[in-house]
Design a protein around this ligand. Structure first.
Ligand code: PLP
Length: 369
């Protein structure tokens, strides 16, 4: 079977994890600090807080910016549900924005149109920009819009470690950036995530919120300055993360090489629309769009029979039961996102694949249509 995705856990990583287990010091400690320091260097940002998942990171971002009841947040319609779920959990209003056909990211024109025409009671406070599948969103335009309308920006860079916009790492443009280290992402700690910011005040608030709101005074006495969560990462997870970062640049190059081969093999093939080939893309996922006459779900089944594992890309939020019924969406409210949701096909992509695998996938796909 050619697998869709496969975490690459080296022997060294396993040894590092074992060392932490043997030490008996399991929860957040030295290794988490070391992982944060390495991420800080890699991304070039002032503050990094590792947490228990990408969803925890997004939740803390909203908490740190004090977004809650009475507020509204702009979110792209095509994303993983966690991006919007955290807005709902904070009792704020989710305002969906359609995406672009070839980058799959929030469309800046549609974003501004939504802001201009917004007429609900809740106050627009923030934009959550998603760098979908590792494709950098157009942060120059989005930051200009955010500034014009005085909105916070949270970057959901869950899939986008290693992605840049104009040579600047994604996640560093807005107020807070969020990452995920779930096994489907480009580096993994099992479950895990991180928040990044260049704002000192936000950084210290995030530190408090991830650990019960606890603060120690100079005598080591514990005090609680705000109610917080336990969203800490463990030290053995961080040990995995540190190890994966070492090979990360090499792995991205490998992903880019495989993607170039996909472009070569699948271009000019009229049943398939390819994504935009962006230079600073991190290629966490390679998703193509099948023509509307093709039944995507049966293609997934047929590819599986041919020992190729594929899957859907992300969800169109307005078509999911909770969002559709709460906000009374109708099926064509977000036409681009709807097509991506119904016709998107994520093809195998991970650093353990080789060019022959890509040739085989292209050969089988051409045979199927
Ligand atoms: C994976 C993902 C998340 C959630 O991350 P977890 O670590 O699984 O909680 C959020 N947003 C996007 C865009 C994702 O792809």
């Amino acid at each position: 079977m050619i697998k869709l995705s496969r975490p690459n856990i080296t022997k060294e990583a396993m040894q590092e994890v074992c060392k932490v287990l043997e030490s008996g010091m399991l929860v957040q400690g030295e290794k988490v600090l070391e992982f944060e320091t390495e991420l800080k260097k890699y991304i070039n940002v002032d503050y990094v807080s590792a947490v228990s998942s990408g969803t925890a990171a997004l939740h803390l971002a909203l908490e740190a910016l004090e977004i809650g009841q009475g507020d509204a947040v702009l979110v792209p319609d095509f994303t993983f549900v966690a991006t919007a779920n955290v807005v709902e959990i904070q009792k704020a209003r989710t305002v969906l924005v359609d995406v672009d056909t070839t980058t799959y990211n929030m469309c800046p024109d549609k974003l501004e149109e939504k802001i201009v025409n917004y007429n609900f009671e809740e106050q627009l406070k923030a934009i959550i920009v998603v760098h979908e599948f590792g494709a950098p969103a157009d942060m120059s335009r989005i930051m200009a819009i955010a500034k014009k309308y005085n909105l916070y920006v949270i970057e959901d860079a869950a899939c986008a470690l290693g992605a840049y916009h104009n040579n600047q790492h994604v996640g560093t443009f807005g107020d807070i950036g969020c990452f995920s280290f779930h096994p489907r992402k480009s580096i993994t700690t099992g479950e895990g995530g991180a928040l990044i910011t260049n704002n000192k005040k936000l950084a210290s608030k995030i530190e408090l919120l991830r650990n019960h709101g606890l603060k120690r005074d100079e005598n080591g006495l514990i005090d609680v300055v705000m109610p917080g969560y336990n969203y800490r990462m463990t030290d053995f997870q961080a040990a995995m993360g540190i190890n994966q970062l070492v090979e990360f640049n090499e792995n991205i190059l490998k992903r880019k090489e495989l993607v170039e081969e996909y472009f070569k093999q699948l271009s000019g093939f009229k049943e398939i629309i390819l994504p935009k080939n962006i230079n600073e893309h991190a290629w966490q996922t390679f998703m193509v769009i099948l023509n509307t006459e093709i039944n995507r779900d049966s293609v997934i089944k047929l590819l599986k029979v041919n020992l190729i594992e594929t899957t859907v890309g992300a969800q169109a939020l307005h078509l999911l039961t909770y969002y559709a019924s709460k906000y009374s969406y109708v099926s064509n409210d977000y036409p681009v996102s709807k097509v991506l949701f119904q016709q998107g096909l994520a093809l195998p992509l991970h650093p353990l694949l080789n060019l022959d695998d890509i040739h085989e996938i292209a050969r089988i796909m051409k045979k199927l249509f």
